[in-house]
Design a protein around this ligand. Sequence first.
Ligand code: ADP
Length: 551
Amino acid sequence: MQGLMQDWPLTVDRILSHAAVWHADREVVTRSVEGPIVRTSWGRIHNRAKKVSNALRALGVAPGDRVATLAWNSGRHIEVWYGIMGIGAVCHTLNPRLFPDQLCYIINHAQDRIIFTDTTFLPTLLENRARMESVEHIIVLADADVVARIAAETGAKGLLSSESLIEAQSADCVWGDFPETQACGLCYTSGTTGNPKGVLYSHRSNFLHTLLTLQSDVMGLSVNDTVLAVVPMFHANAWGLTFSCPAVGARLIMPGQKMDGPSIFELLETEKVTMSAAVPTVWQMLLAHLKATGERPSTLKRVVIGGSAVPEAIVRTFHDDYGVQVIQAWGMTETSPLGTLSTPTPEIKSLPFEDQVPFLLKQGRPPVGVELDLVDDDGASVARDGKAFGRLKVRGLAIVGSYFRGDGGEILDERGFFDTGDVATIDPAGYMQITDRVKDVIKSGGEWISSIEIENLAASHPKALMAAVIGVPHPKWDERPLLLVKLKDGETAQASEILDYLDGKIARWWMPDEVLFVDEIPLGATGKIDKKVIRARYQDHVLPTARRESA
Ligand code: ADP
């Protein structure tokens, strides 16, 4: 027997339409690419997004067509994003930190017909224009005079100005009118192995993910919040903030391209931000700025941090020095992205802060709508004792079913779970901890060593800024850990200082065979340590222990 309730398709245009009626005047504030702060509102964004839709239709865009954006977080970017999705086209967020070759590959693979771009990225696009086979128009997110000037300076032909297109259109446009299963967003994983793969979100999955993130143990957003969305819209949908903020009518602050400590602090203070979300490196820059200047955030209450493991110093400094709550989040492009959060349960909350810290450093527990499984290589369940490593698998309401255009073939197991490629433990309190990516785990004498755990400990040495650990071939043990440390400016150190610091904190046989001090630890397009590059750099490296062994 069927239920007798209304059929109300879960399409994301309804989120902005709701905000336009019930939160019309709530502000969206952007540090523009040009520099000045620009203020708009959910009502105005809705109105202009409809004009974007009409402009796209006039350019021949039909439902299912891919329209890309190459842009920083801004009010204009949100208008374009909803303008695309509202008419059933697919908003493909391009990551500007990718190399041109990767960018061209992704654009061609997605068959993007149009690219909206900030002026910042125009030189890259123009240089590689000939390689982008499917692209018919490049629309610059800028006023007509700015675009005219650029065209005159560069000789570029056919550039369009987003402002001229919007001005020429009416806001009379019907959104929706397609099934909730219609694709609405496309985001490629950065492809640390093989080519990048596309994750094609549906209206339904994004709508449900929005509701999931609004649970109070997840992001817990409210109409009373002012949210600074540092995490880029091109990095797994800004962790859903550009949906969840209008859904509840939160005030939204967009940092544009400036994510350094002083710029972020300025926005936190001038806009009275209560909540923010970003990867650990952003918070490291902010905390370094606060330390150097003695300034303090005065309205910030909580920060959600994810994308890579949160260093202990961040959790402690925010809590001890500034009274800010840190919630660690784990997720991936394939999970829309939120999968787990370190939000304390009542049992954890009742502990002294010191005893809460080990749980806050884990990636946490899943909200309803996300199922986790932890299995060994044969698919058998792994004990949830906080010690046994297993492969982390996920199933849920906003988890990838297959990649765009079938890349990678069948990616779900027979029970419908997706293998995240992460290695994790789950403790008796239900807190999941990522110990590694499958491809980064160090296999020493048949046992697994967690590179992430050693990295985090080494990076918490007072002289260290960042650390990376890779497995290097070893004649006796297969692989042994090599630790690279980037020191803070002006510091010098001996390898023995770092090893002494690790001693007693990790198992003896996890101790790195060698410590090297380096000037640079390479980061990938989403701000994570790029182990592929490091491994290539050290592929012929011979550890001192290996030399002894083979002598
Ligand atoms: P990409 O792989 O393209 O950089 P994703 O954002 O999809 O982009 O990366 C997801 C991966 O990032 C996860 O599979 C996991 O390995 C890692 N990750 C995300 N959040 C955390 C976290 N809080 N702690 C440790 N690792 C994390």
